[in-house]
Structure formats: C-alpha cells, structure tokens
Design a protein. Structure first.
Length: 332
C-alpha cells in the first residue's frame, strides 16, 4: 500500500507503514503547506497513492473523484469534519480516525490548569517579574490559593478525556462528580465517580471542568444562569470547546469575584481575538490550544493509523472505521 502522510507522524509509525507498503511523509509543520482538495486528489492519482493521512488538510468529494484508486482517507484526530464522510462512503473510500489519541495530554493540561489557577501560579510569576515582591510576607496574603485535595471536581462530559481527568482528580484526593446525558453510570473501573444532574453538579463542585462537545444549535452550556449556580469562589476549566461557555458572562463572573478563577485552552478563533473579553483578566490562565500538543499524542495516533492500515492491507476490518457501511463496497 502506497501512503501519503501529510500529518505529524512518528518515525516508528512511518517505519511500520514501510513494512507493508511505501510511505511518503510530508509533515505540514515542515512544509507549511495546505493542499487544495482537487490538486491533492490529482497528485494521489498521478503518484499512485492508495491512502492519504491528514491532520490539517481537507478531503472532499472532489478529492475522491480526482483519485479513483484512493482507498483510504485517514485523519489523526477524533473529529472527522475535515473529511466528507458521506462522499467517501459513496465513492467506496474507507475513512479512519484516531479517537482518544490526545486524551491523556488534554487531561494532564486540564489538571495543570486546575493547579495553575488554584495556586495562582501565573499570577505569582508576574508578581515576581514585575518587581511587586517587596515584602517577604506579602505573597502569603496577596497570593493565597486553595488546595485541590479534599475539594470536589465536577466533570461535564465523561468520554475518554473526562474519564482520565476523573482518574487523576481522584488520585489527588478530590471527590469526583460528573454529568453526561449519554452516561448513566461511570463504569466498574471508576466507582468513585458520582453521576449528577447538571444543576446539582454546578452547585457542589469547587472546580468545574468541561469535556463535552458543543450543542448542535450553538447554545452555550454554561451561561449566566449556570455560572450563578456555581459556588462562590469556584473555578472553571475549559479545554473542550469555546462554544460551551458564554465568554461575556464568564468574564463578568470573574470580574465580580463570584468565580475566583478560570483556565482556558480553547477559543472561538485561532489565534484569539485581541479584544477577547477574557484576555484582559488577571484571574484566568490562558493557553493557546495546546491540550493535545505532546509527542506522545503523535506517537499514539501514528500507531493507531499504522495498525489500521496494516489490517486493511491484510483484508481485515480496521478498528477505527468511521464509515462501516463502506466495508463491503470498498474500492478494490
């Protein structure tokens, strides 16, 4: 199988691809290139690629039409919005994704933001660098924080990332609560998680952390009413989706002191707008969408893709098959 990899991919992953085919690796971080979908299809047809693996690029109907011998369209993400799955299915093209590849990375950043906000780490760094540390005892008063152990974590969304956040939070000595409309029970492996209605979770949690997809209609899950239900002095962490929270309402809550702090890794635009309502506040820690930016995430998605392509090459159904209906009608 001849494979064109346009995504970040580990050396060992490329080595695996070369054991049952031939891989061409053009990492977009090196090329700074984003392919036109038609031109990408034409290139695949011209050079005989049977699989294309993307992270930043788009694979549309025009791609599959221009590349009649393309058999697999893979993406090194869980979300497949960059691939026209319906068009791929109609064309007989297998679509692969990599669910959970960055779950641990995002979970660890979430916990890091919890600590950063609870112990006011970023504020303390600015305090020293600005020359504000004039008294040996003033920081004990001005930068007093809270410990996470003994507090209650409220996890909204108990998918792969939410479950990992629950695991680490429990290990820190936190009481773990969760809300997920699609999960009735947390499972035998996490008996310490208490499933609660959203309103009750908001009222009980000292730290609310978001790990759910946005509403289909774009309505924020956390708005004025939900923020007002949260504990005085609570923290809000969002590493999932900017659409989950009313940013203006959150900014107002942080300014008033109702919430003592927040941590954010996801915004409506990339990069963040200069006049974003959260960017001027001192009691929020902002990170530039780096939840999955780890070497381990790349290694994980590389192994997932390589393993599934090996299965396909051997005539076996892949594990992470997005469009199972295509299997019996896939391109020969």
């Amino acid at each position: 199988m001849k494979v064109l990899v346009l995504a970040p991919f580990s050396r060992s992953g490329i080595g695996q691809l070369n054991t049952f085919g031939a891989a061409t690796h053009e990492d977009w971080r090196d090329t700074d290139l984003m392919w036109d979908p038609v031109e990408l299809g034409e290139r695949a047809d011209r050079e005989g690629f049977e699989a294309i693996i993307v992270e930043r690029d788009f694979l549309f109907d025009e791609t599959f039409t221009a590349a009649p011998n393309l058999k697999v369209a893979g993406i090194t993400r869980a979300g497949v919005n960059q691939i026209d799955v319906d068009a791929a299915t109609s064309a007989g093209v297998i679509v692969l994704n990599t669910p959970g590849r960055n779950a641990n990375g995002v979970a660890e950043l979430t916990i890091g933001l919890m600590f950063a906000v609870a112990r006011r780490i970023a504020e303390s760094d600015r305090y020293i660098r600005s020359g504000s540390w004039q008294s040996p005892t003033a920081p004990y008063i001005e930068l007093r924080g809270m410990e996470l152990s003994g507090r209650t974590a409220g996890i909204i969304g108990l998918g792969a990332i939410g479950r990992q956040v629950a695991k680490i939070s429990h290990a820190l000595g936190m009481t773990v609560t969760a809300h997920d409309p699609f999960v009735d029970q947390p499972g035998e492996e996490q008996p310490y998680v208490s499933m609660l209605p959203l309103d009750q979770l908001l009222e009980l949690a000292d730290v609310v952390t978001l790990h759910s997809p946005p509403s289909p209609d774009g309505t924020p899950l956390i708005g004025v009413a939900e923020l007002s239900r949260m504990k005085m002095g609570a923290l809000l962490i969002n590493t999932a989706s900017a659409e989950l929270v009313d940013s203006d309402a959150l900014a107002a809550s942080l300014r008033s002191g109702h919430l003592s702090g927040a941590g954010y890794d996801i915004f409506e635009t990339t990069p963040i707008e200069p006049n974003h309502p959260l960017s001027s506040l001192d009691n929020i820690v902002l990170t530039p969408h780096i939840g999955g930016a780890t070497d381990e995430s790349i290694e994980r998605h590389s192994q997932m893709i390589a393993s599934d392509l090996r299965r396909i090459a051997a005539g076996e159904m892949p594990v992470n098959l997005v469009n199972p209906d295509v299997w019996d009608n896939r391109r020969a």
